[in-house]
Write a protein that binds this ligand. Structure first.
Ligand code: AFP
Length: 297
C-alpha cells in the first residue's frame, strides 16, 4: 500500500497520487494490448512539435479525466497540452506530467513511462514541490517515488493482489558497471566540453547504453549507476528534454537517491527557473562522481 509510505505532513496527497496510479494501471492494460490496435501508427503533432501518438493522447486524457472526477488537483500541466487545465473546486495542488514518455518506442514493445510531479498551490516553483515519481511500463510495472528531501522508494505492481508492493529504497550506486548513456547519433552536433567529457568514457572501456526512452534510461541509471545525458547541441540549442515535465522530476529522484543532475553550466536542474512551461534544457545526470567529473573538466 502506497498510503503508508506517504509522510505524515503530506497525507492529503493520497487522493491525487491514487488517481495517477489508477490511471497508470489502466494505461498499462492498454499498452499490453497495443500491438492489437490497428490505429497505433497514426501520428499527429503536439504543441512542442513532437509526434503524438493516439496512446499519448489517450493517456493524457485518462489522467485528466480521473483527476476531474475526484477533483484531487486544481492545476494540471501536461507535456501534451499547450496550456494548463484548471479544475473548478479542485484541491489546491498543481500536477505536472508527461503522460507517456518515450512513446516512439511503443510500436517495438520497449519500456516507456509516465512521469509526474506535484506542487502545493498554483505554482511549479521547486520550493513548493511535494513529490516526484514515475511509473515504468516494462515486463513489470514499477513505481519510483520520492517526497521532498526524502528517500527514493521503489514499488512493483503485483498483478495477483492488485497492489503496489514496496521493494526498498534506492541509493544510486557508483558507476561500477561502467555505463554511460547518450545518443551518439548526435555526436557531430555536440559542443566541445560534452565531446571531451564523453571521450573519457569512450576511451576507458565503458559500455554505452541508450534506449531512447528517458524513463527506461533513468531507471537503469538509478539502479546500476552511470550517467544519462541529453545535452544542448548545435541543432537543439536548448536541449531536447522538457524542464517541467521530464527533467525536474527525474532530477529530484536522482538527487534524492544521492546522485546529481545539472545542466551544461553546472547549474542544478532543480534550481533552474521554469520561465515557460514547455521550456527545454540540456541535462547531465547520474552517479555523483561522474557528474563531478564533468564539473571539474
Ligand atoms: P518520445 O516521447 O517522442 O519517444 O521522446 C522520448 C524522449 O523525450 C525521451 O524519453 C528520450 O530520452 C528522448 O526523447 C530521446 O530522444 P532521441 O530520440 O533524440 O535520442
Amino acid at each position: 500500500m502506497i498510503e503508508t509510505h506517504i509522510p505524515e505532513k503530506y497525507k492529503q496527497i493520497n487522493k491525487l497520487l491514487n488517481s495517477i496510479l489508477e490511471s497508470s494501471i489502466l494505461i498499462k492494460n492498454i499498452l499490453e494490448n497495443a500491438p492489437l490496435y490497428n490505429n497505433i501508427n497514426i501520428e499527429s503533432i503536439n504543441s512542442s512539435g513532437d509526434n503524438q501518438k493516439p496512446l499519448d493522447i489517450f493517456s493524457n486524457d485518462l489522467i485528466i479525466e480521473n483527476i476531474m472526477k475526484n477533483k484531487s488537483a486544481k492545476y494540471l500541466y501536461s507535456e501534451e497540452l499547450e496550456n494548463e487545465v484548471i479544475i473548478e473546486n479542485g484541491d489546491e495542488y498543481t500536477l505536472c506530467f508527461d503522460p507517456l514518455d518515450g512513446s516512439s518506442n511503443i510500436d517495438c514493445n520497449v519500456s516507456i513511462g509516465t512521469i509526474f510531479s506535484i506542487y502545493n498551490n498554483n505554482n511549479y516553483l521547486f520550493e513548493n514541490i511535494i513529490l516526484s515519481g514515475y511509473v515504468i511500463y516494462g515486463f513489470a510495472m514499477e513505481l519510483i517515488l520520492t517526497f521532498k528531501d526524502d528517500v527514493v522508494k521503489r514499488f512493483v505492481y503485483d498483478n495477483q493482489s492488485l497492489n503496489w508492493i514496496y521493494i526498498g529504497n534506492i541509493v544510486i550506486p557508483k558507476n561500477v558497471k561502467k555505463i554511460y548513456c547518450i545518443n551518439h547519433g548526435n555526436e557531430n552536433l555536440w559542443y566541445p566540453k560534452i565531446r571531451n567529457y564523453i571521450d573519457y568514457y569512450k576511451n576507458n572501456g565503458y559500455t554505452q547504453r541508450y534506449v531512447g526512452s528517458m524513463v527506461a534510461d533513468i531507471h537503469r541509471t538509478l539502479l546500476y549507476g552511470g550517467i544519462f545525458s541529453y545535452p544542448c547541441d548545435t541543432k537543439n540549442n536548448n536541449g531536447k528534454l522538457r524542464l517541467l515535465y521530464e527533467c525536474i522530476p527525474m532530477s529530484m529522484i536522482i538527487e534524492n537517491a544521492g546522485g546529481m543532475s545539472i545542466n551544461e553550466n553546472g547549474i542544478h536542474i532543480c534550481e533552474m527557473n521554469v520561465k515557460e512551461i514547455h521550456q527545454k534544457t540540456g541535462i547531465i545526470m547520474g552517479s555523483k562522481e561522474d557528474i563531478e567529473r564533468y564539473i571539474n573538466l
